[in-house]
Design a binder for this molecule. Structure first.
Ligand SMILES: NC(=O)c1ccc[n+]([C@@H]2O[C@H](COP(=O)([O-])OP(=O)(O)OC[C@H]3O[C@@H](n4cnc5c(N)ncnc54)[C@H](O)[C@@H]3O)[C@@H](O)[C@H]2O)c1
Length: 316
């Protein structure tokens, strides 16, 4: 892939500490902060100035090695530098492998919200090596499983069977199947005009919680809370059966994604959802399920009804 191109590796400190010794020394290394901190305008500016200082031309190749935050940043650098250069994603977290590195969305966070700046810019390749997961914390592994489970809830219900039957032993197949779900949806609707929206199941409230928690929760942990809320909405308004609602929630329990969120935070969460970039025509719109594997959409639910679903599903 690199051929004789000038190559730049973008990686966070923790990955450089563990794997940096194996990066070819002729490659320019841009080391960034870990976690969401690297998805800031400051970190982006510092990194793109380094590309310019190295006088890289349009034939360079940027390789993002790290979790989803790193591939989001590396992809956005590649989309922006000289109006677009090639890039390759090497996701090292489960969330990165099954979600962030797939589908061509890249971006940064602004003070006003998550992923408010970004570009659709597909990598030339995504290289997945499950071996990276051996050093990933249990917390990050379980958080990544929220996105795997989501792919089962919205589309491939065999994923749910595989989670129920010893998910750790089935991890390779779960990764493969989750990528297949995302790749299928994204290929049909690259710029999220309709179908791609189903990937946001659990994310409307999930993103709000992530921001409200000041990013102290992992993306997947916040999404798991959002999935429980979205399933409750689905049960109340979209025809999801009690049996399917319980199955979804038991799967999240199996993954130990069973946190609650303070009841008192509801009005702030609602406000954050209203300001979400995915709002259309001033209405909060949710992806819900009419059955496991069958997504649908929901709009025009009153604030009181939303609050009731929040309290019943995850409020404490
Ligand atoms: N572009 C998209 O379509 C898309 C989709 C989903 C999520 N995302 C983004 O991805 C991010 C979440 O991804 P994430 O959970 O990977 O976050 P992350 O990149 O912050 O990684 C989580 C933590 O794990 C560490 N880590 C990663 N790989 C490791 C390894 N192999 N060994 C040890 N530590 C390792 C990281 O350094 C970090 O501290 C969010 O910013 C989210 O918005 C993007």
């Amino acid at each position: 892939l690199a051929g004789d191109k000038k190559v730049v590796i973008v990686a966070p400190k923790s990955i450089v500490a563990s794997f940096g010794a194996s990066f070819p020394s002729k490659y320019l290394l841009i080391e960034v902060e870990d976690g969401e901190e690297q998805k800031s305008m400051q970190s982006f500016t510092k990194a793109i100035e380094k590309l310019a200082a190295a006088k890289l031309d349009r034939s360079c190749l940027i390789i993002g090695v790290g979790g989803g935050a790193t591939t989001d940043l590396a992809g956005f650098l590649a989309a922006s530098y000289l109006r677009g250069v090639d890039w390759v994603a090497i996701p090292t977290s489960l969330a990165g492998m099954v979600d962030a590195a797939i589908g061509g969305k890249t971006g940064l966070n602004l003070e006003a919200g998550k992923n408010l700046i970004g570009a659709f810019h597909s990598p030339s390749a995504v290289l997945i090596d499950q071996g990276f997961l051996s050093s990933l914390s249990q917390r990050d592994l379980k958080a990544g499983m929220a996105e795997v489970a989501k792919c089962g809830f919205i589309d491939d219900t065999q994923i749910l069977d595989l989670i129920e039957d010893k998910w750790r032993e089935n991890l390779s197949e779960l990764i493969f199947r989750s990528i297949a779900v995302k790749a299928r949806v994204v290929s049909a609707d690259f710029k999220e005009s309709d179908l791609r929206e189903i990937l946001n199941y659990g994310h409307t409230l999930g993103h709000a919680i992530e921001k409200h928690s000041k990013y102290s929760l992992r993306h997947g942990e916040a999404v798991a809370l959002g999935l429980r809320f979205a399933a409750q909405l689905s049960f109340e308004f979209s025809g999801l059966s009690k049996e399917h609602l319980d199955r979804q929630n038991q799967i999240l329990d199996t993954l130990e994604l069973n946190a609650k969120y303070p009841r008192a935070s509801w009005s702030e969460l609602l406000e954050i959802m209203r300001n979400d970039k995915k709002m259309r025509g001033g209405r909060i719109r949710f992806v819900t399920l009419s059955a496991l594997g069958v997504p649908t959409r929901l709009e025009d639910i009153s604030d009181q009804q939303l609050e009731k679903c929040f309290l019943e599903s995850i409020g404490e």
